[in-house]
Design a protein around this ligand. Structure first.
Ligand SMILES: CC(C)(COP(=O)(O)OP(=O)(O)OC[C@H]1O[C@@H](n2cnc3c(N)ncnc32)[C@H](O)[C@@H]1OP(=O)(O)O)[C@@H](O)C(=O)NCCC(=O)NCCS
Length: 333
């Protein structure tokens, strides 16, 4: 699969950030090839977790240099004791014993997350061989939400005809309430800004401005009102965010439909951040775009955390992993 112009553009921005990304799945050939591509192109420094001898011989077999790549075996790492202590301190109030902390720190997803918390890496990409829950749980527990009390959520970057769309939440929050949906919309807007785009946010529904009825419609309309009220606060002043809802997907994306259904909206017809009312809608929606619409899909990228930890689909191709690593670099501070 060739990379879109969009991802190639992000690659150059990522290189300038000079970051270190940890890849906990050193046993996976796709991850190793993606690491080689990133390192050979000087996009970032990488730390691969896994068996040193096996990873070194895999690189040697393919004639790939290991410049810019550090291989760390958690079991023999000089930092293991420090990470175990850190994990225990962070989680002892949640009932974690020292014994369990020692076991958990050896789980590669926890080890990688503890590297970020300790400042030894800037972000992590995992999930080629782990479920979303196993990949993101350490991040939710250790890295934590950037805004206290606010849920982290996720975003997919969908590239259609070299244009990025930010779709949220397709992977984390199963059935957000009005407040949570408003927060997802605001965090997705900030994700779009981080990638250098304006944020024109549409909260999607089966109704446009009251054309349909039901509790689900009310939830989306109220969430849009909450988010728009928040946009008036000093925190969001000066940010290029416009937000509207409830809107149907055609009204959000198509200028002709928007002119009929929501002529006064400054988002309808040109939305680039699409907010789904539930995880069910979002997850089905992005997969339809990817499988039937021929779009590239990068993510889920977690948003709202203190540092980026991103998940991969278990069916991810090498190109997908490279793309998610690049996106992760863009999300770092
Ligand atoms: C993300 C997810 C895995 C978290 O589930 P979990 O690990 O069982 O979560 P728990 O409720 O046990 O919470 C674990 C910790 O994470 C925190 N947490 C959970 N969800 C969070 C969120 N969205 N944002 C921030 N923190 C969160 C909890 O507060 C808790 O923290 P604490 O232990 O310090 O108190 C869960 O929401 C989920 O399964 N989502 C759907 C995933 C999925 O199937 N996606 C579709 C495929 S991509």
């Amino acid at each position: 699969m060739p990379y879109s112009k969009y991802i190639l553009g992000l690659k150059d921005k990522a290189r300038l950030k000079n970051k270190t990304i940890v890849l906990p799945e050193g046993e996976d050939a796709r991850v190793l090839e993606a690491a080689h591509i990133i390192a050979a192109d000087n996009i970032a420094k990488l730390i691969i977790l896994g068996n040193k001898e096996q990873i070194q011989s895999f690189f040697a077999e393919h004639n790939w240099p290991l410049d810019g790549i550090e291989i760390v075996e958690p079991e023999t790492s000089p930092h293991l004791g420090e990470y175990t202590k850190l994990l225990y301190e962070l989680r002892k109030d949640k009932g974690l014993s020292q014994e369990d902390a020692a076991k958990l720190a050896l789980n590669y997803n926890y080890f990688g997350t503890l590297m970020i918390k300790s400042g030894h890496a800037d972000g992590m990409v995992s999930g080629a061989n782990h479920s979303t829950a196993d990949t993101v749980r350490p991040a939710l527990q250790i890295i934590k939400s950037a805004k206290k009390g606010r849920m982290a959520s996720s975003c997919f970057i969908i590239v259609s005809h070299d244009k990025p769309y930010f779709l949220s939440d397709c992977a984390i929050v199963i059935n957000p309430n009005e407040r949570e949906l408003a927060d997802i919309a605001l965090d997705a807007a900030e994700t779009a800004l981080k990638f250098g785009e304006e944020a024109r946010v549409a909260l999607l529904s089966y109704s446009t401005y009251g054309s349909g009825k039901g509790d689900a419609v009310d939830k989306v309309r109220h969430a849009a009102a909450l988010a728009n009220a928040d946009l008036q606060s000093p925190e969001y002043q000066g940010l290029n965010i416009k937000l509207d809802g409830e809107l149907q997907a055609d009204a959000a994306l198509d200028k002709v439909v928007a002119a009929k259904k929501a002529p006064a909206s400054d988002v309808a017809g040109s939305a680039n951040v699409l907010i789904f009312p539930t995880l069910e809608a979002g997850n089905i929606g992005y997969k339809l775009l990817q499988r039937l619409g021929g779009c590239e899909a990068y993510g889920p990228l977690l948003q709202g955390l203190n540092a980026p930890v991103n998940d991969l689909s278990r069916g991810a191709l090498v190109e997908d992993i490279v793309g998610v690593i690049i996106c992760t670099i863009l999300q770092t501070k």
